[in-house]
Design a protein around this ligand. Structure first.
Ligand code: ADP
Ligand code: ASP
Ligand code: MG
Length: 451
């Protein structure tokens, strides 16, 4: 069994939907996980916001526009009149339910119901398209088997039992289509795996079914060595290890949901990244094998908050860090980076939900300073901390204010905390030095020699 996940752009236009059909129609047994068509989840989030703000008129305008867009897509994609009718009826029923929701009190559950509609729409439309093309496929509703527990972790036992039961009772098929992103929560309410979560759905299913491989099909030819949205001349990396890709995804590489490789790593199930618009490109293969040494890729994560905790009493006081960590643990807030000195400890978090009570508690034991609008730039590669070129890296950063450095926490990662306003420049500079030869470094050295 294979698991193939197609992202928003891959199902976002008629020509790409045709590409997806051609890619999956190869006779191999597979589960196909689909995201919402590109832009849809963002629009649904906007609709939810307008309802929350009480601006129902605006919410309804967005609902009408999206409804019309979907009817147009259905009319262009399908030509069999009974399928057009059935599919448009489904589409209209979804949008009518959204119209009805605008009259309800806005809650987190209502929000989750609204944002779940994108994947329900894309999978229904795609399954009807496969029917029209005479391709044998079955639609598996993700809400019948995907569930997260109280800690928002996949409930693997439940997922395995239910998915296997459904597969046993569904007409055998070469292709099973299901929704990414959406799931039930521990109470059985509609929830999701957070933005970009369809990647995670694919690897959760891959692990449960012990798939031969999980493929993430997207709009770029694999995992690039830097963020192509901000840096020119980035290149696809052919091979990454689970550890390398997990670090990069966690530290901001948008191509993968942060938790994507977690479910499959333990079973050594490879993850292949492929381009729907260019299936012949090799893409990136993620396995437990390590290829090469030194810096392989750079990623950046925004919306980081740095907290400096200063206390004279820290000097020689054992147990101080324990008290600090307990405060974060009580407020279920993960710490990303940490550095210490004799009198202070600096750490970063990306979840500000409980920032206020955390600060209040910290202030009882120390002086606290908080900086926001920070970014973590993360450099990843096998044994990078031992690589001969790595120490030179810091020379490239002469004119960037680095607030914290994490070096040696693992052999494969160096993280820098900088102001978000310096992010673009830092990514570009690092790229030029690390991936475009040491020209930049030689120039820097020459400049310093002259000055
Ligand atoms: P999908 O909708 O298929 O899930 P995403 O938009 O979530 O696609 O992810 C693909 C996008 O991630 C790319 O188009 C690219 O702009 C962005 N991206 C950010 N960092 C990287 C990287 N290191 N390698 C490749 N793409 C990246
Ligand atoms: N549609 C969801 C989102 O936009 C999930 C995904 O694309 O993976 O976040
Ligand atoms: Mg994505």
């Amino acid at each position: 069994m294979l698991v193939l996940k197609f992202g928003g752009t891959s199902v976002g236009s008629i020509s790409n939907i045709v590409n997806v059909k051609n890619i999956i129609n190869d006779g191999q047994k597979k589960v196909v996980v689909l995201s919402a068509m590109s832009g849809t989840t963002n629009t649904l989030v906007d609709i939810s916001k307008y309802i929350q703000l009480g601006n129902i008129e605006e919410a309804l305008l967005y609902i009408d526009a999206l409804n019309e867009h979907y009817n147009k897509t259905v009319n262009e994609l399908l030509y069999q009149s009974h399928l057009i009718e059935e599919t448009n009826n489904y589409v209209n029923s979804i949008f009518n339910s959204l119209r009805a929701i605008t009259k309800e009190l806005h809650t987190e559950l209502i929000h989750n119901i609204i944002v779940a509609q994108g994947e329900l729409l894309s999978t229904f439309i795609f399954s009807r398209y496969l029917l029209q093309e005479d391709i044998n496929a079955q639609l598996l509703p993700a809400l019948d088997f995907m569930r997260i527990d109280k800690n928002c972790e996949p409930d693997n036992f439940y997922i395995k039992q239910n998915l296997n039961r459904i597969l046993e009772h569904t007409k055998p098929s070469e292709i099973y289509v299901t929704q990414g992103f959406i799931s039930l929560d521990a109470e059985g309410n509609i929830s999701n795996l957070k933005r970009g979560g369809s990647d995670y759905t694919a690897t959760i299913i891959g692990a449960v079914l012990k798939a031969k491989e999980v493929q993430i099909w997207t709009d770029i030819d694999g995992f690039h060595n830097n963020d192509p949205r901000f840096v020119e001349n980035t290149k696809a990396i052919s091979n990454l290890s689970f550890d390398e890709s997990a670090e990069l995804a966690y530290f901001g590489a948008k191509i993968l949901h942060p938790q994507t490789v977690m479910p499959v790593r333990a079973f050594n199930i490879p993850v292949r990244l492929k381009n729907t618009m260019s299936p012949e490109s090799y893409g990136t293969l993620i396995t437990n094998k390590i290829h090469g040494e030194g810096i392989k890729a750079i990623a950046a994560k925004d919306s980081i908050i740095a907290i400096k905790i200063k206390s004279e009493r820290m000097l020689q006081a054992h147990g101080f860090l324990k008290k600090v960590f307990e405060i974060f643990e009580r407020h279920e807030t993960a710490i990303d980076m940490i550095t210490t000195s004799e009198v202070a400890v600096s750490l970063t978090i990306d979840d500000d939900k409980n920032l206020e009570p955390i600060i209040n508690e910290l202030e009882k034991i120390a002086k606290v300073e908080v900086d926001d609008y920070m970014s973590i730039v993360c450099l990843v590669g096998n044994s990078i901390i031992y690589h001969q070129d790595t120490p030179n890296l810091f020379q490239v950063l002469q004119d960037v204010t680095v607030r914290m450095i994490s070096y040696g926490g693992s052999n494969n990662n160096i993280s820098l905390l900088i102001n978000t306003s310096d992010k673009l420049e830092t990514l570009k500079k690092l790229h030029r030095y690390v991936f475009e030869g040491s020209k930049e470094l030689a120039k820097l050295k020459a400049d310093y020699a002259l000055s």
